[in-house]
Ligand binder design. Structure first.
Ligand SMILES: [Zn+2]
Length: 345
C-alpha cells in the first residue's frame, strides 16, 4: 500500500497551496457522492474499456468482466503510484461503458472513478442507439436524467458528468443540435457538466452559442479534445467561460520538439493559455487505456502516467509553479466535476 503514502503527501501539498477548490460541491463517483475538496489529483479523461462494434451489436455480453479488471488493474496501480486519486472514465453508453466494472475497479484500487451519461454522435452516428433519431431532446434528456437519479441499468452506479460528441470539423447537424439541447436540459436538472468530443473550432463555437441560447453559461461545457482547435479559439472560448480540455498527452507518438502532439507542444499550448490569463479553465489528461473488446486480452494498452513522467517537468521548464500544477491536476478537475447548474446571466 505504498501508493497511499504518496497520495497522502500530495494531499498535504494541496492543503498548503493557495489555489482554491470551490467549497462544498458534490461530485458523483461510481461509488457515491464525495466533496470536491476530497477529489485530489485527478486525470479527467481516460478509458477502461472500449467496444467499437457499434450501437446495434454492443452489450455487456461482449466482454468478461474479470478479465478486463485483471488487465486494467496494474495500470490503475501505476497511476496511484504517481499520486492519482481520481480518474474520469469517458467511455459512453453503446461504446463499452460498464458501471459494474468501474465500481469494482474503484473498490479494488481505492481510486475514485467517475462515469457518464449521454450519447456519442461522432463517426456518422454509428454509436447512437436507433431511438435517438426518433425521440426529441426532452425525451432523450429524460433518459439521461433518470440514469442520474436512479443509476445506470441495475448497477446502482450514477453518472458524474454528461458526455456527448458531434461531427468533426463541421457545423452541427440537426440530430447533433438535438443532442446538445438534450445535454442542456440534463445539465439544468442535474448540474452535471457537459463534456463534448469536439474536433475543430467551428463545432466548438456553435455548441457554446447553442447552449447560451438555451440559457446556460459556457462554463457548463467542456471543449473535449480542444487540442484539435486553434490556440486563438481555445483562448476565445476560455474567455467566455468554457473549459479547455487538452486531453491526449502522450509521449510515445511524437518526439520532435514543438511538433503538434509532442510533450513540448502540450506544454507550450498550456503555457500560452496561462499567459492569456485562463489557466483556471484548462484541463489535462491522456485519453489513454484501454481494454479493446474483440482483441486478444484487450490488445495494446497505453498507461496513465505520461503527464507525471514527462509533461510536468516540461511545464516546470516553462516556469510553472507548484500552485499552477496544483491548479491543473487538483483544482480545475474539482471545479469542473462539481455538480452545479451554470446558467447565463
Ligand atoms: Zn476519450
Amino acid at each position: 500500500m505504498k501508493y497511499k503514502l504518496l497520495t497522502a503527501a500530495l494531499v498535504f501539498i494541496t492543503l498548503l497551496s493557495c489555489v482554491e477548490v470551490e467549497q462544498e460541491q458534490r461530485i458523483m463517483t461510481v461509488n457515491g457522492a464525495i466533496f470536491s475538496t476530497d477529489l485530489g489529483v485527478t486525470l479527467i479523461h481516460e478509458h477502461v474499456l472500449v467496444d467499437w462494434i457499434g450501437a446495434d451489436s454492443t452489450g455487456y455480453h461482449r466482454w468478461d468482466r474479470e478479465e478486463v479488471i485483471e488487465r486494467v488493474l496494474p495500470y490503475f496501480m501505476d497511476a496511484a503510484g504517481r499520486g492519482v486519486n481520481t480518474i474520469g472514465e469517458f467511455t459512453p453508453a453503446y461504446l463499452g461503458r460498464d458501471p459494474f466494472i468501474l465500481s469494482e475497479l474503484s473498490r479494488q484500487t481505492g481510486i475514485n472513478i467517475l462515469t457518464n451519461t449521454g450519447f456519442y454522435g461522432a463517426v456518422d452516428n454509428r454509436f447512437m442507439p436507433a431511438y435517438a433519431f426518433d425521440e426529441n431532446a426532452e425525451q432523450i434528456a429524460q433518459r439521461w436524467i433518470s440514469e442520474f437519479e436512479d443509476g445506470i441499468d441495475e448497477s446502482g452506479v450514477r453518472p458524474g458528468f454528461i458526455k456527448i460528441s458531434v461531427a468533426e470539423h463541421t457545423g452541427l447537424s440537426e440530430v447533433h443540435q438535438k443532442i446538445v439541447e438534450a445535454a442542456a436540459i440534463t445539465h439544468n436538472e442535474t448540474g452535471m457538466t457537459i463534456f463534448s468530443h469536439t474536433i475543430g473550432d467551428q463545432p466548438a463555437l456553435e455548441q457554446v452559442e447553442l447552449l447560451e441560447r438555451n440559457g446556460l453559461h459556457p462554463s457548463s461545457w467542456v471543449w473535449t479534445h480542444a487540442q484539435s482547435g486553434t490556440l486563438e479559439a481555445n483562448i476565445r472560448l476560455a474567455e467566455r467561460g468554457a473549459w479547455i480540455s487538452l486531453d491526449n498527452v502522450r509521449f510515445d507518438l511524437v518526439h520532435e520538439a514543438g511538433q503538434e502532439g509532442s510533450i513540448d507542444w502540450y506544454a507550450d499550448r498550456i503555457s500560452a493559455i496561462r499567459d492569456a490569463g485562463y489557466l483556471d479553465k484548462v484541463l489535462i489528461s491522456h485519453d489513454a487505456g484501454w481494454y479493446d473488446v474483440g482483441e486478444p486480452n484487450g490488445g495494446d494498452f497505453r498507461g496513465y502516467t505520461d503527464i507525471f513522467d514527462f509533461l510536468l517537468s516540461a511545464l516546470v521548464d516553462n516556469g510553472f509553479s507548484d500552485d499552477e500544477i496544483e491548479q491543473l491536476l487538483v483544482v480545475n478537475p474539482a471545479n469542473v466535476f462539481g455538480l452545479k447548474v451554470r446558467r447565463s446571466g
